[in-house]
Design a protein around this ligand. Structure first.
Ligand code: MGD
Ligand code: MGD
Ligand code: SF4
Ligand code: MO
Length: 725
């Protein structure tokens, strides 16, 4: 037996774990790493099951190729990559597409090789889970702060007042707000006399812990936030402390959204809207935080914009205890191009490009619709869009129609079963880990690298190598090209840029000399070393001492301190100030005004998450399923009684219908029903998941409706009807 330390890769909380391994290098025990300065020993049931997940007998251990007869067979890696080369070379650039799923935000492979893979494909058919999740936040941040990744996070440990909308961190452990032991941090906020207000159509576990829970009509948070903004302005409660442009334009734009009008639209009484405005303004330091429930709605971008409008108007943006911008250790040079969207449009529906990608809500259109540029080949990496994207049932059928599909995924599942080749990444314990993405949203500046805990078996490529090889195949360099060549090219670009930038601490130095100073056992480690050294705490760039060597010498991670004010330096807008009323946003307000009086007849559907689940892919681990983790439709008991519903109901939407088990609970608003996504396991080799199959919530969600500014899918507020089964 031995122990090893590693960051948990399963959710955004980045907890440090201490693993116990047996002689065969199997993970037989997992506990929280008490010496991690950020997570301090915290662990949740998912992290505790990491060994079971790693050891899941249904995980693929070798590449799979599907023959003409539809039968899967295991092949060697060489044959697998050659099959990919043949399949991809039959489809020219524009007919190729890629879908990058959620775990790419957690793997070094996704962070370091996702971009190069996209570029080498030579296509604009680029899709990801981001347009089923947080794209509205990126667009709002891009328009207001100039960079879609400049995202303000609530300063959880110092705030006096937190207004949280559409997030349930007691189940999700937080999102776009990296905070291990989020529940403990919320309890500490209350213990020190702070106030927590949760806005949600359900009384969630987070809402139950709060000082106050406010029911809101699904999809209508933008009205509530607008009503608060209008009140702050009207009652002269604003205190703008950062450089801004567009304040007058903002004031003019919000004028017609009276608290009464907003109350009518969102279901929160006007008096309460006014009181919340007063409380936010009066708190010594306050933060507004909106997450998934406010993103995956028709007014997603407007809601994300309003969250930060409130943070600015109350003087809380960029101040301790307010909403602050983290400074991650691998931060690159500042963005110089102005942020725009719509640089190109999707072929079938004309939806605008955002952050270099197109909405996943139109992926099926692009596969099905004939014509030049139709998608004929698809790569999926760590994604299960059949269960995760709107009208997944339609996508399910469309995927069967592709000429070639390759998936990088440890499982044969509802999506990857359509692939011709599946390339499984190695076990979690065999992968190095650095949270390039998530540490940019952390509530304390912090860094930690976890080298692989156990070595890769001979001949087994790491996930970075799998993606690098795919990139080289896509670029026409063949299945045999040396993947290190790609890394050297990228390193050369990074070092040239740094040495060529006036004012950079390495300005004028020789890139080759710097390259020779970099270390690492693998190319991802060498690239991490370069980013750390050049970063804001780096040996080369920031007057600190960070490099890969520093992190290897500190296996529990390093605390880099509380968040510090970063404005105006962090802003990349053309004006150099916070844009309070970006044109694209103002142009979308008439839509919000027009729909203020609109009400869905019947019921609306929303989603939810369970602590022991993670999107679609942890239902095959026996200790994590069952109990509260079940695919049931929550409904208010009075609604169920009025409709005469017993154990099951048939739910119908514009796109499909499902028969679901009911879970009556007065925790949910009347007129609203909630079904978790990621279920509906069918026809795959995951034996535990097959027993607890559930239904695919995204049979009901409508791919034809998106948040127009971001193209984001709409999962909350979907009109449905219910009848007895
Ligand atoms: N255990 C677990 N953890 C996870 C995941 C998981 O599947 N399971 N998934 C991970 C991922 S990919 C993400 S993005 C994060 C998400 O993390 P969170 O943002 O915390 O998301 P949810 O837990 O889904 O909570 C969203 C809440 O929004 C509410 N809601 C629905 N519609 C509306 C609305 O219109 N307005 C408001 N105000 N609320 C609404 C729902 O009732 C729900 O309570 O969690 C991550 N962590
Ligand atoms: N109705 C509804 N739909 C939703 C949501 C909702 O709240 N309601 N939430 C949305 C959100 S927030 C998200 S993020 C998306 C998620 O959408 P997706 O990313 O498409 O779906 P996941 O279920 O996260 O699938 C992850 C896949 O990655 C694989 N995987 C796990 N670890 C690794 C790894 O290390 N490497 C590789 N290569 N593969 C790995 C898993 O086997 C699985 O197939 O779903 C969205 N869909
Ligand atoms: S909270 Fe998230 S990061 Fe922490 S142990 Fe659980 S799954 Fe892992
Ligand atoms: Mo997500």
């Amino acid at each position: 037996m031995r122990t090893a330390h590693r960051t948990c890769p399963l959710c955004e909380a980045v907890c440090g774990l201490t693993l116990t391994l047996d002689e065969a290098d199997r993970v037989v025990g997992v506990r929280g790493d008490r010496d991690d300065p950020f997570s301090k020993g915290y662990i949740c049931p998912k992290g505790a099951s990491l060994g079971r997940l790693d050891d899941d007998p249904d995980r693929l251990t070798a590449p799979m190729v599907r023959g003409e007869d539809g039968e899967w067979r295991e092949v060697g890696w060489r044959e697998a990559f050659e099959t990919v080369e043949r399949g991809l070379s039959a489809v020219p650039g524009p007919g190729r597409a890629i879908y990058l799923g959620n775990p790419n935000a957690h793997t070094m492979a996704g962070a370091l090789y996702g971009g190069p893979l996209v570029r080498s494909l030579g296509t604009r058919q680029v899709y990801s889970a981001s347009t089923a999740d947080q794209m509205p936040k990126h667009v709002a941040a891009g328009l207001m702060f100039g960079d879609p990744l400049t995202i303000a996070v609530p300063d959880l440990d110092r705030t006096d007042y937190l207004l949280m909308l559409g997030a349930n961190p007691l189940e999700s452990n937080g999102s776009l707000c990296t905070a291990p032991d989020f529940p403990g941090r919320l309890k500490a906020l209350r213990r020190r006399g702070g106030r927590l207000v949760v806005v949600d159509p359900r009384r969630t576990r987070t809402a139950a812990l709060a000082d106050e829970h406010v029911f809101v009509r699904p999809g209508a948070d933008a009205y509530l936030l607008m009503g608060i903004a209008r009140t702050l302005i009207e009652e002269k409660l604003t205190n703008v402390r950062v450089p801004v442009t567009g304040l007058e334009r903002l004031e003019a734009a919000v004028a017609e959204f009276t608290p009464e009008l907003c109350a009518e639209a969102c279901g929160v009484p006007a008096e309460l809207v006014r009181r919340l405005a007063g409380e936010l303004a009066a708190a010594p330091a306050a933060a507004v935080y909106g997450r998934l429930g406010t993103c995956t709605v028709e007014f997603g971008t407007l809601a994300q914009w309003l969250v930060d409008v409130l943070n600015v108007l109350t003087g809380n943006l960029d101040r301790p205890g307010g909403a602050m911008f983290p400074r991650p250790a691998t931060a690159g040079p500042r963005r110089t191009r102005p942020y725009t969207t719509g640089r190109w449009h999707s072929r079938v529906r004309g939806l605008p490009e955002v952050n270099g990608e197109l909405p996943v809500a139109t992926l099926a259109d692009e596969i099905e619709t004939p014509g030049e540029g139709r998608i004929r080949a698809l790569i999926t990496v760590a994604g299960n869009p059949v269960l995760s994207s709107p009208n997944g049932a339609r996508l399910d059928a469309a995927l069967g129609d592709l000429e070639f599909m390759v998936s990088v995924d440890p499982y044969l599942n509802e999506t990857t079963r359509h692939a011709h080749v599946v390339l499984p990444p190695p076990r979690v314990a065999q992968a190095g880990h650095y949270d390039f993405a998530l540490l940019g949203f952390a509530v304390r500046d912090y860094t930690r690298y976890s080298p692989p805990v156990t070595p890769l078996p001979d001949g087994r490529p790491s996930e970075p190598e799998i993606l690098a090889r795919l990139a080289m195949i896509a670029a026409g360099q063949g299945a045999d090209a040396d993947p290190a060549g790609l890394d050297e090219l990228i390193l050369d670009q990074v070092l040239r840029k740094a040495t060529g930038t006036p004012g950079s601490p390495v300005e004028g130095r020789d890139p080759a000399e710097l390259r020779a100073m970099l270390h690492g056992a693998t190319m991802p480690e060498v690239r991490l070393d370069a980013m750390l050294r050049l970063g804001p705490y780096g040996e080369w760039g920031g007057g600190g001492n960070l490099s890969l060597a520093t992190l290897l010498a500190n296996p529990h991670g390093l605390d880099l301190g509380p968040l510090e004010p970063r404005l105006p330096d962090a802003l990349c807008t053309a004006s150099g100030t916070v844009e309070l009323a970006p044109e694209a946003i103002v142009a979308d307000l008439p839509r919000m005004r027009e729909r203020a009086g609109r009400r869905a007849e019947g019921f609306v559907l929303i989603g939810r998450r369970h602590l022991r689940s993670n999107n679609s892919w942890m239902h095959n681990v026996a200790p994590l399923v069952g109990g509260t983790n079940r695919c049931t439709l929550q409904i208010n008991p009075r609604d169920a009684a009025e409709l005469g519903l017993q154990d099951e109901a048939v739910v119908r939407s514009a796109t499909g219908e499902l028969t679901v088990r009911l879970e009556p609970t007065d925790a949910i608003m009347r007129g609203v029903v909630s079904l978790p996504h990621g279920w509906g396991h069918a026809g795959t080799a995951q034996l535990v998941a097959a027993v607890n199959a559930g239904v695919n919530a995204n049979t009901l969600t409508d791919e034809s409706i998106v948040d127009p500014l971001s193209g984001n899918a709409v999962f909350n507020g979907v009109p449905v009807t219910l009848t007895p089964a």
